[in-house]
Ligand binder design. Structure first.
Ligand SMILES: Nc1ncnc2c1ncn2[C@@H]1O[C@H](COP(=O)(O)OP(=O)(O)OP(=O)(O)O)[C@@H](O)[C@H]1O
Length: 619
């Protein structure tokens, strides 16, 4: 429960309000029980119903008040549910944003999406239904027990025993059979992420005739989910049976005890009626508790899943020197940020980088300096580390830090202002020295992440377009851009002409990932977006991949316009596209193996020459 309650932040006041209303509802039942007992005794004594008008009036008043309270309870319950979901999703989304694409690459994205949806839904019921029902399920019987004890101590004890059995029995049962919530939550998330993956890869599945196989796989996941549901339902049914047995057993035991005591003259008629009516009303809120009990095991699994998400270490925490806590993205850390030059130099100094969970580094002691306004191309075989270099420049991750020297660590206190190094994979050689990435000679780890990213614009073969209008996609980088700026950027990117021909021009919805546009059109919009961002550093990552020669020529012209006056890093597979850059850097296996201009590198007949020859032969 303590683990789950940590997620109440943001919904605590509303949960308390719902709980208070539920307690008030319980109080109306207890008060009504007293009145009903009085009415019954009075009628038994032979008084007429007409003499009971006052009591009936109170009973009607209680019924009306309860109806109003139940309405308010439902309203605050819905508000609690909404506030809980918003509070948890905001925190979880901020964490996901902090983890960034390096962590979310591959199948983790589906997992995280499912966690954000299913786990949050599971927790919502716990706060909006279970907690109020639990407090009312304890508070109302207790008040009835106190009232009964005043009348007759034994009857109070009987109700107390059954109320305790009803509240603790199902919990003990869960403790005996163990927690099955994880099984069902894991199966739900596995199916959810597989469905997401299937939807995203539908075209590939169709083209390769793999739809049926995929359907069978989904079927297996669905069956697994059903099996875990059935197991969980069995647990829930037995918990329900414990609730019912305690409630019905409690009422029967009170009836038996009150009847016996009445028969042997140990109990007054009024007390016997009161016991009968009050025991029924006292145990009623426990039936409400039974209805929401399933949320406890769903919430336990959900809290563990969210705990696991929050425990993940961000590959590039947003930390400024002198401030240990990570500032959430979107907030400005304290202290002034160093001013950066208009077209700053970029430097990688002895950078080694290992992806989380990878056994070997993807970059090894890379040192590279790009002068202000210089245009540098990074080439190399697939997997050489070109895109990883770009990821580090936008702080999707930070360079590895050296493994602490055990002897030095014994004598030195740790550096307070920097995040702890990520644990190295056992059995692999760790980096020897700390590397750094600089913009304008400033280590980017010392800058707020937002400031770093505002310095860099990126156009890549995978630049994402969102399911919105052309205008919304372009304004993503500069929401305050004027209509004229928008048109100028689109024209310079060669996008204005085709956008004008779309059914609603700039207000045309372009579909998920820009699916209603051609590859070349998507690229031109990505270039227009980068132009609008107007950042001094530009990364072009395979920006002309997947387009035909004519489109490539047009995009090339647009890119020339974009790169003018900016420090530019061009990542390219096709070497023909980088001949006219200022310098070419050749990478292999995470290292820089050659650098120079096209002519000099060809003449050297080394790695670059081999790449060019291989491409010409393939062509
Ligand atoms: N998110 C990731 N997690 C683990 N390893 C990764 C991840 N992304 C890339 N890698 C690995 O890092 C190495 C360098 O990858 P990178 O994408 O930088 O290569 P690249 O030179 O850009 O390749 P390509 O030209 O094919 O895009 C590869 O071995 C790759 O498998």
């Amino acid at each position: 429960m303590a683990g789950i309650l940590r997620y109440a932040r943001g919904a605590g006041a509303l949960t308390a309000a719902t709980t208070a209303i539920r307690l008030a509802v319980g109080a109306t039942y207890v008060a009504q029980a007293f009145l009903l007992a009085d009415v019954l005794v009075t009628i038994l004594r032979g008084d007429g119903v007409a003499d009971q008008a006052g009591r009936f009036g109170w009973i009607i008043g209680l019924v009306v008040a309860r109806a109003a309270l139940l309405f308010a309870a439902e309203e605050t319950r819905a508000r609690t549910a909404g506030a809980t979901k918003i509070a948890i999703r905001e925190r979880a989304f901020a964490k996901v944003a902090e983890l960034g694409p390096v962590h979310l690459a591959g199948d983790r994205a589906g997992d995280v999406t499912a966690t954000l949806v299913d786990s949050v839904e599971a927790l919502e019921g716990y706060f909006s239904r279970y907690i109020p029902a639990l407090v009312a399920g304890i508070g109302t019987p207790l008040s009835a027990v106190v009232a009964l004890t005043v009348t007759d101590g034994w009857l109070g004890l009987v109700v107390l025993a059954f109320a305790l059995a009803a509240v603790t029995g199902p919990q003990l049962w869960l403790g005996v059979i163990g927690d099955r919530s994880d099984e069902r939550m894991t199966a739900t998330i596995a199916l959810g992420s597989a469905v997401l993956d299937t939807m995203q890869g539908m075209a590939t599945l169709k083209v390769f005739g793999a739809s049926r196989r995929r359907r069978d796989e989904l079927d297996v996941l669905g069956q697994r989910l059903i099996a875990t549901w059935v197991r969980e339902m069995a647990v829930a049914l037995i918990a329900g049976a414990i609730f019912t047995a305690s409630i019905v057993g409690g009422m029967a035991a009170v009836a038996w005890a009150a009847g016996s005591r009445l028969a042997d003259g140990g109990l007054a008629v009024h007390a016997a009626f009161l016991a009968l009516v009050l025991s029924a009303e006292a145990l009623r809120p426990i039936a409400v508790l039974a209805e929401s009990f399933h949320t406890t095991y769903d919430a336990a699994g959900a809290a563990r899943r969210l705990d696991a998400l929050f425990a993940l270490e961000a590959p590039a925490p947003d930390v400024r020197p002198g401030s240990t806590p990570a500032a959430p993205r979107g907030t400005t850390p304290p202290g002034p940020s160093p001013a950066l030059a208009a077209a700053p130099a970029v430097a990688f100094e002895d950078v080694t980088f290992t992806y989380p969970g990878a056994r070997t580094p993807s970059l090894r002691n890379v040192s590279l300096r790009i002068a202000p306004g210089e245009r540098v191309a990074i080439v190399g075989a697939s997997g050489a580390g070109k895109s990883t270099l770009a990821s580090l420049l936008v702080r999707f991750a930070d360079p590895d830090r050296p493994r602490p020297d055990p002897q030095a660590a014994a004598t030195q206190t740790p550096e307070p202002q920097m995040p702890e190094p990520r644990a190295s994979t056992p059995g692999t050689a760790g980096p020897a020295r700390a590397g750094r990435v600089c913009i304008g000679d400033v280590d980017i780890r010392t800058l707020p992440v937002d400031q770093v990213r505002s310095q860099v614009a990126m156009v890549s073969q995978r630049t994402h377009l969102f399911n919105g209008t052309v205008r919304e996609n372009l304004l993503l980088t500069r929401p305050d851009a004027s209509e004229a700026d928008l048109g100028r950027a689109a024209a310079a990117a060669g996008a204005h002409a085709f956008v004008s021909e779309l059914p609603a021009g700039y207000d045309t919805v372009i579909g998920e990932a820009g699916g209603r546009l051609s590859g070349g059109q998507r690229q031109r919009l990505a270039i227009a977006r980068a132009l609008l961002a107007d950042a001094p550093i530009l990364i072009l990552d395979e920006a002309t991949a997947n387009v035909d020669a004519a489109t490539e020529a047009a995009i090339h012209t647009a890119l020339e316009a974009l790169a003018a006056g900016r420090t530019t890093l061009v990542i390219a597979h096709r070497l023909s596209t980088v001949r006219d850059v200022d310098r070419i850097i050749v990478m292999a296996d995470g290292r820089i193996v050659e650098e120079g201009d096209h002519t000099a590198l060809l003449a050297a007949r080394g790695a670059y020459h081999r790449l060019v020859t291989a491409q010409e032969t393939a062509a």
